[in-house]
Write a protein that binds this ligand. Structure first.
Ligand code: PMP
Length: 402
């Protein structure tokens, strides 16, 4: 009797387990159409980077992979222009760099000054609010930067422990000048944190000369690698603050000292922390190799020159950049005013049917602008001229529908 009922139960379980059919979608091949990515990111992958994605995996503690991690650290020091020992890549997208910086550099009772020129300052303030940190914001109207004098004054008055600046705000296309902010931070015992997710490699940045204490970026913009790693660098001052924290860093995954050890920054025996995304690290190594071959300053100059190509192409078709002061435009991401009576979404949709992505605004700029990213290999004269020609054609086509 006992065996009979057990057998029935077994049959019942078998039936209920096998009754679920596999999802039909997964029985089909994945569809990935070709696309020219001229939005705010991700950008297109260069062939030399894409090739790394089919290489066999190595164990994350194998000596050959440890060597690759070491190469990546050297490449990141080169593009951030820093001697910082604690220079590595956080496993995660740009946001993980932001969270890593903030959970390590802020603790309860600290004051945080945020320079807000668009969405990314708001995001930094939001993260700090979630951590229970007091935040003060100093803002510029969208399309403008905050005058450096005002930032220096705010540092002197508010006496923050940490100052956040986004160098290139991808929601507005503004490049915030950074000169002398680091000096004011040193004078008033604050740390200086800079977001370079949308700007690194596309506009001048020198972590050590600017006296930056922490800088993070991402792989999917100028570097032309897949999203998934956030390059980051901490100065000795920043590491000292982290070592002397009153409370332990609340996140294990983002603990900078643990990550620094895993990436071989502290010269100590390497401990297991997590499993690095091996293929994405290969891609970053290839991306850094491409920049090393071109030269970081040459890459920056190319983005600057091709931004001029973009501005004159826009002019040719009667289109205007959103950021009026040319000196405050981010060379690798240009925001363009949507002309009166034009539906930005229809135009972007039309471009997409031609295999080209550009994006609309983000946050407060939705409906007002388009965002054209010309990152890395997409910073190319012919490609840019073609994109602007298609933009103008798409505007005309959507207009004639009205
Ligand atoms: N900061 C800036 C300036 C960005 O442009 C972005 C992404 N667009 C991020 C941070 C966040 O990066 P991710 O989407 O890779 O998390």
């Amino acid at each position: 009797m006992f065996f009979k009922s057990k057998f029935l139960l077994f049959l019942l379980l078998q039936c209920s387990m096998s009754s679920r059919a596999p999802p039909k979608a997964l029985l089909q091949d994945m569809v990935v159409p070709p696309r020219q990515l001229f939005g705010p990111g991700p950008s297109n992958m260069a062939d030399s980077i894409a090739e790394t994605q089919s290489k066999n995996l190595l164990g994350h503690l194998h000596p050959e992979f440890v060597q690759i991690m070491g190469d990546v650290r050297l490449g990141l020091q080169y593009i951030f222009k820093t001697e910082n020992k604690y220079t590595f890549a956080v496993s995660g997208t740009g946001h993980s760099g932001m969270e890593c910086a903030m959970v390590n550099l802020l603790e309860r009772g600290d004051r945080f000054l945020v320079v807000e020129i668009g969405l990314w300052g708001q995001r930094a303030a939001d993260l700090a609010n979630r951590m229970g940190i007091e935040v003060k914001k100093i803002s510029a109207p969208h399309g403008k930067a905050v005058p450096v004098e005002d930032i220096r004054k705010a540092i002197a008055e508010y006496k923050p422990n940490l100052v956040f600046v986004c160098q290139g705000d991808s929601s507005t296309g503004v490049a915030q000048p950074l000169e002398t902010i680091g000096d004011a931070c040193r004078e008033h015992n604050a740390l200086f944190l800079v977001d370079t997710v949308a700007s690194l490699g596309g506009t001048p940045f020198d972590a050590d000369a600017l006296k930056v204490d922490c800088v993070y970026s991402a792989t999917q913009k100028v570097l032309n690698a897949p999203p998934g790693l956030a390059p980051i660098s901490f100065s000795d001052r920043a590491i000292e603050k982290i070592r002397n924290r009153k409370q332990r860093v609340a996140s294990f995954y983002f603990d900078a000292l643990e990550l620094g050890n895993y990436w071989g920054c502290d010269g100590e025996l390497k401990r297991y922390h997590h499993t690095a995304p091996i293929s994405t690290v290969y891609a970053l190594r290839a991306a850094l190799s491409a920049i090393a071959k071109e030269g970081i300053d040459e890459s920056i100059q190319r983005h600057k020159d091709n931004a001029q190509v973009l501005y004159s192409s826009l002019k040719k078709y009667g289109l205007e950049p959103f950021v009026e002061d040319e000196n405050l435009r981010l060379p690798c991401l240009t925001t363009v005013k949507v002309p009166e009576g034009v539906d930005w979404k229809d135009v972007a949709g039309k471009m997409m049917t031609n295999g080209v992505e550009i994006a609309g605004g983000l946050g407060a700029t939705v409906g007002k602008i388009w965002r054209i990213g010309t990152f890395g290999i997409n910073s190319n004269k012919t490609k840019i001229e073609n994109v602007v020609e298609l933009l103008s054609k798409s505007i005309d086509e959507t207009r004639s529908k009205l």
